[in-house]
Design a protein around this ligand. Structure first.
Ligand code: DLZ
Length: 159
């Protein structure tokens, strides 16, 4: 039998505090991601009073607001949610790149997990599919990743 040490997180969110940063751009879809994330957190034991939702203008601003939230030192993880829908100009690519790079850098810098629930779509149909229909809800997935990561960090601290 192998004697390797495996450290992993579990999906228990009780007693943990979560920040959700959500873009108001494409809010018809982004609000579904927020609902999915909150539902996933609460179903896994988080209290409503331990969840704060900050709405920002667009996905470009997600890293800025996530950093500001983290500076409160009151959160165990931050979940970034946004919806980018490709238009007829390259703007989409610039914003997607900045949001991805910014959120990724925060996860490395802040010391708490930062999960990425930004959907990048070529069409409204794809946005529908990813915000609560046939391709699931990316807000739920980002919340589940945050729950697992908080638990994993605890497990690593105690290993
Ligand atoms: C400007 C813009 C455009 C064209 N498209 C989107 C989008 O599809 N999704 C999104 O979250 N935000 C979009 N934005 C807004 C930018 O993210 C940002 O809020 C503005 O450029 C102001 O800094």
């Amino acid at each position: 039998m192998s004697s390797v040490t495996v450290v992993e997180g579990v999906f228990k969110a009780d007693g943990k505090r979560f920040g959700i940063v959500a873009s108001r751009w494409n809010s018809f879809f982004a609000d579904r991601l927020v609902e999915g994330a909150v539902d996933a957190l609460v179903r896994h034991g988080a209290s409503d009073s331990d969840i704060v939702v900050a709405k920002c203008p667009g996905s470009f601003e997600l890293p800025q607001v996530a950093k500001r939230l983290a500076m409160t030192k009151k959160l165990d993880a931050i979940i970034c949610l946004g919806v980018l829908i490709r238009g007829s100009t390259p703007h989409f690519d610039y914003i997607a790149a900045e949001a991805t790079k910014g959120v990724g850098a925060l996860g490395l810098d802040l010391g708490i997990p930062v999960s990425f629930g930004v959907i990048t779509c070529d069409s409204l149909d794809q946005a529908v599919e990813r915000s609560g229909s046939k391709a699931g809800n990316k807000g739920v997935e980002a919340a589940m990743a945050a729950i697992e990561m908080v638990s994993l960090y605890d497990a690593l601290d105690n290993s």
